[in-house]
Design a protein around this ligand. Structure first.
Ligand code: AMP
Ligand code: ZN
Length: 467
């Protein structure tokens, strides 16, 4: 059997995956809170764990993997969205779930085996909370149930921090119903306007963390192989999941995998910076991308950085991905063969997707087309019947139409003039460059010449101000 090695956050080292049951390898990944379109950062764990799902199916068999990814459909952000829009919670969560599935399907993600909604597992959560209270790990106060963090001596092991360090670093809420500020909510009361379920502690709703413990146990059993999510979830979410499940007597997850965060053009995504994109924004025509960016190109960009490294979404990377994909593209279905052993080996080495993408280029150069197509499919990329070249052409044509080429030429000529003078005089070059940078374009100058880069969030109408 091919060995898969994964970096386990819990031991801060790589470890060979030894499934509890080779005929049913089990993985749980924390899914989205469903009140809005998924942003490009949310696509990162989806794509990373989709590659792992595909690899596990390849190694253990397509019927031998159970992949659970939940939908958090009870949350105060959802309640707020319902209140401000006047729509019902069910309408909002149903719509958002469908958007999520459509958008993630567009970037090549298979649907997990199970996609439980938290609201369908409230009885299991209540049962787990009752058990925790019975065994002294949780207590009720004023309709709230809290987990007694100091009672679980291994708390903090996953993130490698002590409880006191975590208190210092986190914004823990002090509340009258808490014995200790570190204690976290398992259950909280709901008023008449908030969704709630009857429970031994009155009408209320679950805290966020308990849902994953309850659903993982119900769908994967007391102990399972892999648990994943973004590294922003390590603390407190995953630390709390572990505390709940272990104290309820479960082995819980053996290997913990965390993807690093994605940023956009070097900055944390935020609506106020104008660098916040949903996956749908990128797929649809936008800015200079008059036909949008194909899901395969988006996926290629996300796979080109290893999942444990921070990554930057830039428009330039999307262009490079399109160029690479255009070179790899095929127009006929080749014979069906297994994926290249080299690609499988790269993925088995803690999901080295960037290496796997480089091997695709080698396979193409070596003329191993059948292996190329099959290996790309293992990565979730379809190289047959692609749109890549067309997309690149329409983008470039659009920019030509908008006069970016002429601006580039003007700058190049100014630079040639500056270089030809004695002494060199860059006053005009700097003036032109400043105007371009002011409206949001990026200017690169090197020995090879001048190029103007157009960021994804570039406002094309700003070109008017140059005229
Ligand atoms: P949320 O809906 O915010 O709970 O996030 C759903 C998933 O997306 C979680 O696994 C998060 O860790 C992950 N995530 C959120 N933001 C980013 C980001 N900027 N980069 C990578 N993963 C992210
Ligand atoms: Zn979770």
């Amino acid at each position: 059997m091919t060995e898969i090695t994964l970096y386990n956050t819990a031991i801060r080292a790589k470890e060979v995956l030894k499934p509890l049951d080779n005929t049913n390898v089990r993985m749980y990944v924390c899914g989205p809170t469903v009140y809005d379109r998924a942003h490009i950062g949310n696509a990162r764990p989806v794509i990373v764990f989709d590659v792992l799902f595909r690899l596990l199916r390849h190694v253990y068999g397509s019927d031998a993997v159970t992949y659970v990814r939940n939908f958090t459909d009870v949350d105060d952000k959802i309640n707020a969205r319902a209140a401000e829009s006047g729509r019902s919670i069910g309408e909002i969560t149903d719509e958002t779930i469908q958007w999520f599935l459509d958008d993630m399907g567009a970037v090549g993600a298979l649907e997990p085996t199970e996609m439980p909604r938290a609201t369908a597992y409230v009885p299991q959560m209540v049962a787990m909370i009752e058990q925790l209270i019975r065994d002294g790990f949780a207590y009720e106060k004023d309709g709230h149930v809290l987990f007694r963090v100091r009672k679980y001596k291994d708390y903090g092991t996953l993130s490698g921090r002590s409880v006191d360090d975590m208190i210092a670093g986190a914004r823990v809420e002090v509340a009258p119903y808490k014995e200790d500020p570190m204690d976290f909510v398992l259950w909280k009361p709901s008023d008449a306007a908030t969704p709630g379920w009857d429970s031994p502690w009155g009408r209320g709703r679950p805290g966020w963390h308990i849902e994953c413990s309850a659903m993982a146990e119900d769908l994967l059993g007391s102990e399972f192989d892999i648990h994943g999510g973004g590294n922003d979830l390590t603390f407190p979410h995953h630390e709390n999941e572990i505390a709940q499940s272990k104290c309820a007597g479960h082995g819980f997850a053996k290997i913990w995998l965390h993807n690093e965060m994605l940023q956009v053009e070097g900055k944390k995504m935020s609506k106020s910076l104008g660098n916040f994109f949903t996956v749908r924004d990128l797929l649809e025509p936008h800015g200079v991308w008059s036909t949008g960016i194909s899901g395969d190109a988006i996926r290629y960009v996300l796979l080109s950085t290893h999942y444990r490294k921070p990554m930057d979404w830039t428009d330039r990377k999307a262009l490079e991905a399109l160029d690479k994909l255009t070179k790899l593209a095929q127009y006929e279905e080749p014979e069906a063969v297994p994926p290249s052993k080299r690609v499988v080996a790269a993925l088995c080495n803690d999901l080295n997707t960037s290496e796997a993408l480089k091997i695709l280029e080698d396979l193409s150069k070596e003329g191993k087309i059948a292996e190329l197509v099959s290996s790309a499919r293992l990565l979730g990329i379809d190289l047959v019947n692609p749109v890549f070249a067309q997309e690149r052409r329409t983008r470039d044509a659009y920019l030509r139409m908008q006069g970016i080429d002429e601006l580039e030429e003007e700058l190049q000529m100014a630079r040639n003039d500056a270089m030809a003078q004695n002494p060199k005089d860059f006053t005009e070059v700097d003036r032109l460059k400043t105007r371009l940078v002011e409206i949001g374009l990026e200017v690169r100058m090197s020995k090879e010449g001048v190029s103007i880069e157009v960021p994804s969030n570039f406002d094309v109408s700003k070109l008017e101000t140059l005229k």
